[in-house]
Design a protein around this ligand. Sequence first.
Ligand code: NAP
Ligand code: G4F
Length: 328
Amino acid sequence: MKKTALVTGILGQDGPYLAKLLLENDYKVFGLVRRYSNPNFSNLEYLGLMNKIEFVEGDLTDESSLINIVKNTRPEEIYNLAAQSFVGGSWDQAKLTTEVNAVGVLFLLNTIKFFSPITRFYQASTSEMFGLGNTNGFQDENTPFHPRSPYGVSKVYAYWMTVNFRESFGLFTCNGILFNHESPIRGIQFVTRKITDGVARIKLGLAKELRLGNLESRRDWGFAGDYVEAMYLMLQQKNPDDYVVGTGENHSVGEFVEKAFLVAGINDWKKYVTIDPRFKRPAEVPNLKAKPDKAQKVLGWKKKTSFDALVKMMVEADLKRLKSVKIS
Ligand code: NAP
Ligand code: G4F
C-alpha cells in the first residue's frame, strides 16, 4: 500500500521539490490549492510533476475546508508549507500574514487532533524567528527567538503551537527551522531570484539596471532540493522533534550579487546595481547562520549543493528561460 501525504503550499517553491521526493518514495501525494481564477502550475511543470498530484481545494484560513480535506484523504503525513512567506510584504499585510501563518496552523493542528490524530505533521518554521537572536554567531535549536517582522512573529506562534500540541496531546508534530533555501523556481520577489533574473536580463540586453535594498545583510543560503529531504526525514523518525536546517555558512547579499554577475561573465557589477530605499525594511535581520549539528547527527542530513553551485544553477536557469522567451 502506498503511503499518503498532504502537502500544503504545493504550487510554491518547496511544494514541488517535496512532492517529487515523496513520489520517488512511492507516496500518493495530495496537494492543497486555493481557489484561483487563473491557477499557476508552472513550478510543478518545471519539475515535470503535472498529472502526478491529486489536487484538493482549500485554504488555510478556512478551517472547514481543512477538516473536509483531512477527512476525505486521511493522510499519514501532512507537510504544512503554505504561508504568506514574503517577509518584506508582511508589514503591509500583517493581519493576512497572521491569519495564514499563525491561525491557519492552529486550524490544521485542531483538524489533526479531532479527526486524524495518527497523522504526522511537519510545520515549515524558519530562521526568521531568530531575528536578532545571537546575531554575532550561529543559531541552533537553543537560540532564543527575537523576530523582527510580522512574518517572523506569526511563525513563532505557529512554532510554539506545534510544540504545544505535541506536548499536550501526544501528536507527532515537528518543526523544521529552515534557513533560506533557493532554486530556479524561487519566487521572483525574494532577493536571490530577483538578482539572478535581473542579471540574466542585463546580460541579454533586456534591462539596464538592478534595484536592490540592503546589500549588507547575511543569509545562510542552501538549495531547496536538499532541504526537502530534511523535512521528509523528520517525519520518518521514531519520535517527533524540532530541527535547525542550514548549510552552516553565510554570505552577504552583495556577495550573492557579485557572484551572480560573474557567472554571467560580467565583472563590473557595481555599474548595474542601484540602491533603492523602497526595498529596505523597517527592521532588518542582519546575520543568519545555522548550526545544523542536530539534523546531521539525528537525521543524517547534510547539504549537497554548495553556494557557488546554487548561484550558477539559478543564473543559468534564468538565462535559459529568458532566451527561450526572447526567441518565441
Ligand atoms: P512560497 O513559494 O511562498 O509558497 C507558499 C505557498 O503557500 C504558495 O503556493 C501559496 O499559494 C500558499 N498559500 C499562501 N496562502 C495560503 C492560504 N491561505 N491557503 C493555502 N495556501 C496558501 O514559499 P516556499 O519558499 O515554498 O516556502 C515554503 C514554506 O517554508 C513557507 O511556509 C515558508 O514560510 C517556509 N520557509 C521558507 C524558507 C525559504 O527560504 N524558502 C525558509 C524557511 C521557512 P499560492 O500559490 O496560491 O500563492
Ligand atoms: O530574499 P529575502 O526576501 O528573504 P528573507 O527575508 O531572508 O526571507 C526568506 O527566508 C526566510 C528564512 O530565513 C523565510 F522564512 C522567508 O519565508 C523567506 O523565504 O531577503 C533576504 C535579504 C534581506 O535582508 C533583505 O533585506 O535580502 C535583503 N534584500 C536586499 N535587497 C532584499 C532586497 N530582499 C528582497 N526581497 N528584495 C530586495 O530588493
